[in-house]
Design a binder for this molecule. Sequence first.
Ligand code: ZN
Length: 1006
Amino acid sequence: MGHKSWLGIILLFFVTLATGGIALADGETPPARDPKQPVDEAYTAKIRKYTTAPYFSSPLVDYLPASKTVPTPEVVLGDVAGAPGILPYAEDVYKYMRLLEKATPRVKVVSIGTTEEGREMIAVAVSSEANLKNLEQNRQRLAKLADPRATHLDDTEADKLVTESVPVYYITGTIHSPETGAPTALMELAYRLAVDESPYVREIRDGVITLITPVVEVDGRDRMVDLYKWHLAHPKDFYPPLIYWGKYVAHDNNRDAMGMTLKLTQNVLNTFLGWNAQVLHDLHESVPYLYDNTVGDGPYNAWVDPLLVDEWQMIGARNVADMTRFGMPGVFTHGDFDTWSPGYLMFLAAMHNGISRLYETFGNGGADTRERTLQPDEYARTWFKPNPPFPKALWSQRNNNNYEETGLLTSLHYFNENKRLFLKNFYLKGKRSIQKPSAEGPAAYVLPADDPRASVQADVLRIMLKQHVEISRATSAFQVMLPVKKEKKAGKSADTEEKPKPASPTTRDFPVGSYVIRMDQPYSRVADALLDYQYWSPEDPQTTPYDDTAWTFGELFGVQVARVTDSKVLTVPMERVTDLSPFGGVKGEGVVFAIDNHAEPALASLRYRLKDASIDAAEEPFQVGEHKFSRGTFLIRGVSRSDLDAVTKTLGLQAVALAAAPPIKTHPVRAPRIAYVHTWISTQSEGWWRLALDNLQIPYDYMSTQALAKIPDLNAKYDVILFPPVTGNAAPNAIVQGTPTAWGNPLPWMNTPETPNLVGKNDSTPDMRPGLGWDGLAKLQSFVRNGGVLLTALDTSQFAIATGMANGVTSTTSEKMKIVGSIVGTRLVDAASPIAYGYDEKVSAYCDDGPIFSVTSIIGGRRRHLGPAVTSRPTGRGTKDDPDFVIGRPASETPDEPEKELWEAPQPTNDQSFNNPRVIPPANRARVILRYADAKDLLISGLVENGNEIAQHPAVLDVPSGSGHVVLFSINPVYRGETENTYSLVLNTILNFDSLNAGRKDADQK
Ligand SMILES: [Zn+2]
């Protein structure tokens, strides 16, 4: 078929669609253009040209209405939205939105903050002239619905407000930078909403305020556009993968809705709540052709209101129905996304009484038109995908824009048709949040004033404030009743008598100044979800959790959080806290200042800030008067009382002046020179570590494995090398070799005329492909041998083991075990190690399936698995405890197996030691700092299945290597701004880098 006739058929097809091919329900407004309004013919022709098949479009977007006064996206793009070869920078998108604002009273643009690299974020409101004129009055009405305390929970008054209010539907685009289609789709959507006079669009404009943030990850967008331009300039070459998105994190920028560490999360939440929006609809591109994953699959988050679940079903089902009626293939809901974790950007709405929504449309990772071949599971017809995508199709960015815009327009229209219901639900969800104490409970969460980790407690409270949660402070001491725990019934077959347990306390006292997070507030839901515990059943029908299964903040931050069900707590005298006033400082007079060690990360900040002070660590606990100080206490000299007072106040640390230094063993705590190493494979996991160090103001030199390999003498420049996880499971040879260089072209990550934004404040290289290399590995090994400290975690620990830097440690991964982003129990094994300073015996930690470490005393040896098979005597004569004997010879004594715990290295037997140079001398053996808890105590929050495989195994190890150390982590100590409890395991390693052998029992043995 010739090109011309094909076009003719398409045009005919479009005309058919537009003139009523669709069956309508009674009274329904047809989704069709207004025949009286002229069409922008040139623009419309291009829309059709760039759409690869007629069924990849709809009567809502297959034309563009013309306007004499309002410019189309073409004025900025030079072509239509979704045109091949065109990706606008955020700046260009903003320029267009501001042109719209100038040209029509139906558009208003506001600045909503900046990114980590200082780029602007905006929100664009599109609605009728009258709605935008009355924005402030409308906002006040919506605010009363958002906080029903304003109307004393009076439903009649709420109904009146519901009738008078215009709802706000908030759409956010391109948080994931390689998912590139949303900005142009949203430019064109804004134009349509402002200009189109069809009854369908007019109803949306008059009935709803559509709020649009066209680019959420602005830093990443500009980098992505750079790369695409590079690709256009070098069409035959591979182009570099987008290794940095924002300054810190890549794909995980959509997992920040709990920790609120990134500006983009804070800016979007402030906008969502500032406008009192009802919906937050986030646009992604990874699934053909449109997956409304809002409805998703189970398990659903246990803290959302069932009303929200109904809303998901309503909107999702209707969305699919509308687009299916247009004849658009591959539109579906449900699917394999579970709705458990509240970490996603859109879930900010679910946790703040709104409606969270998310689209995955199909993107080409740029604006090329390409033939796309799908995997069988993508084109399979299933119960939730009766009209699946094609196995193969030519796909364009215009197709993507058609799907995004059609989905959004039908959603907006349906939302408008049912806005009274959604506004009433919005009010009811707020009301039910306020009624939580008397409905399901709890009444409050209390963070006691006497928590020894005050600075970390303050960090948790700061996150609550970022989440717009109200915090109060008790102005007197108080007592609450504790819930009665149900006694577990003893099994009938139990023949041993249970010891009577001591009666559990029935009340709990809290001191004056304790923080109270009341549950009778509109955003109680988010506080409840973050502070409560999670349980994911190993029998759950969902066998592949989509993300973390646990996030309990009290455990991850290591602060005390009491869930109080006694509603008397709400009558305690208290005052609102809007700002966490400074605390800490210096108490008393003396010559030396002591700061007790409770593993607060702020201690490391202090060390770096007091560069010229002398600080020592107490190697033993000690007592001065009534005051007990723990092991690791800082003893500070060489700083004035007033200087120390000022610094400790900003850091929230309490210093005590002592008349004399305590008579105990100490060693210096130093501020070492840190090399911080990343790969060019991925910066996702290390980004969270970088963010944590920057927040703590701990300086480091940031470098790639390539750069490290070029430093002639690492020991001359650095004391500590931090090598955070790469992906969590990068292979050792990938770290050494990088990406193959035997074929292909160099992949530069550098600023060039085509890529002015690429580097930002991060790193650069002329070719991303080479890894550490064998030279680099040798340098790393000699750095450790000559006394340096190398700190690794997860895959970089496996790399250290595989390359012979951690003798006597083996690592395995499990097939059966499932610990999916869970919080597990660990136990202190060696409290005298400086790495353990400040920690109690039980430490909660974040774990994601291992790796499983074992220690041995013989190189190449494997820790024997003490499974049930070897614990009992073999079949033979006598009772279970009798020795067996062999007929016709003297009885022999069975040698005792060397008894060792699972986390310990077994002593070699005489036979194993005989003439064996592979036996590791005791002083060179791995020192286990933390181990995983016993299987029955492993699960603290989330999912633990077959945890016996990792139970009792080492979780944190200090391995002497030459005169240096390699420190290995099986838990991830620094993760998503949520794991402050374990930060100090890393920071202690840094500060005590030249005294890690302190307290080591076998250090002098040979
Ligand atoms: Zn995405």
